[in-house]
Design a protein around this ligand. Structure first.
Ligand code: F6P
Length: 342
């Protein structure tokens, strides 16, 4: 009988998920392994929702955003008998291994399953780029490209109206998207969760631009950026199964405050889920494909408890334990962005 591997995508989607699935399935088929798609993240293993992952299923998916397996933020530990049901369904499906494609929450569950004796290999994804253990996650490059294009477009309208544009970007507790797109788009101020917002300083920077004869400014703010009192602006009080609040809204608060303090006409632009949608960049397609192929090679070798990762130019594996802490923005990168402030 053929060996079988399950593949699932968990947490927020990001461009490149389908490229991982395609890479893993194509590599599996070459070695005579059969693939089963688990639908909607961990929910699919709890509720027994699957689809066959054969050549036909993965045809044409390389450039497609989203995930053909769909996804959810299901935490099995928060569901009655969740972990037990996963184990039962893993066995009932005759799985020899599982590939879990996701961020820190998904890798956390994968790690628990590995400790409970199931074979699991992880693949890191997130537009936030905040996973430790890997130099980069796929999805990030595409998101940065989308934000950069938005900043380019906002430059022309900001300039036409003598306005300050406050561009709020995603990234949860890390400022990677903000800093990278701020550098690529030539932002005049970048605010990130790693550094408390100092409004006096921001106002000074904007006024300095006015003194230099600049009639407009572009400010990028990460959704997780906070004022010195540490209070997080959120869109709602709802908390997901992994304990995350729904972030967003800091851009609007800041825009009002900046207009009040400087007298400069200011608008907030919240890019939101646009950053996660659509086709992956070439960089993300390549990284995701390498992750998919090499994750499957780990499965074929009988490995478990590891996540594939990018180290320098190489794809390596790291134990789950190395992948479970939040990776903050590189201060050196922020320092480069700061050169262009004000
Ligand atoms: O983790 C990816 C991410 O896009 C974050 O940047 C953002 O805070 C969150 O997901 C949004 O989650 P949801 O899609 O559940 O609104």
């Amino acid at each position: 009988m053929n060996k079988r591997v399950g593949i699932l995508t968990g947490g927020g989607d990001c461009p490149g998920l389908n490229a991982v699935i395609r890479g893993a399935v194509r590599r599996a088929l070459r070695s005579g392994w059969e693939c089963v798609g688990i639908l909607e993240g961990w929910r699919g293993l709890i509720d027994a929702k699957y689809m066959p992952l054969d050549l036909e299923a993965i045809r044409g998916i390389l450039p497609r955003g989203g995930t053909i397996l769909r996804t959810s933020r299901t935490n099995p530990s928060k569901r009655p008998e969740g972990m037990n049901l996963i184990r039962q369904n893993y066995n009932a499906l005759g799985l020899d291994s599982l590939i879990a494609i996701g961020g820190d929450d998904t890798q956390g569950v994968a790690s628990k399953l590995h400790e409970a004796g199931l074979k699991v290999i992880g693949v890191p994804k997130t537009i936030d780029n905040d996973l430790s253990g890997t130099d980069c996650t796929f999805g990030f490059d595409t998101a940065v490209n989308i934000v950069t294009e938005a900043i380019d477009r906002l430059h022309t309208t900001a300039e036409a109206h003598n306005r300050v544009m406050v561009v709020e970007v995603m990234g949860r507790h890390a400022g990677w998207i903000a800093v990278a797109s701020g550098i690529a788009g030539g932002a005049d101020v970048v605010l990130i969760p790693e550094k408390p917002i100092n409004l006096d300083e921001v106002v000074k920077l904007l006024q300095h631009r006015v003194e230099r004869g600049r009639t407009f400014s572009i400010m990028v703010v990460a959704e997780g950026a906070k004022f010195a009192d540490g209070v997080q602006v959120t869109l709602s009080s709802k908390i997901d199964e992994f304990g995350h609040e729904q972030q967003g809204g800091i851009g609007t608060v800041l825009a009002a405050e900046i207009e009040k303090r400087t007298g400069l006409e200011t608008r907030a632009v919240i890019l939101g889920h646009v950053q996660r949608g659509g086709s992956p960049s070439a960089f993300d397609r390549i990284l995701a494909t390498r992750f998919g192929v090499i994750a499957m090679e780990q499965v074929i070798k009988g490995e478990s408890g590891k996540m594939v990762a990018l180290h320098g130019g190489d794809i390596v594996t790291v134990p789950f334990s190395e992948a479970l802490t939040n990776r903050k923005v590189d201060p050196e990168l922020y320092r480069v962005a700061e050169t262009f402030f004000g």
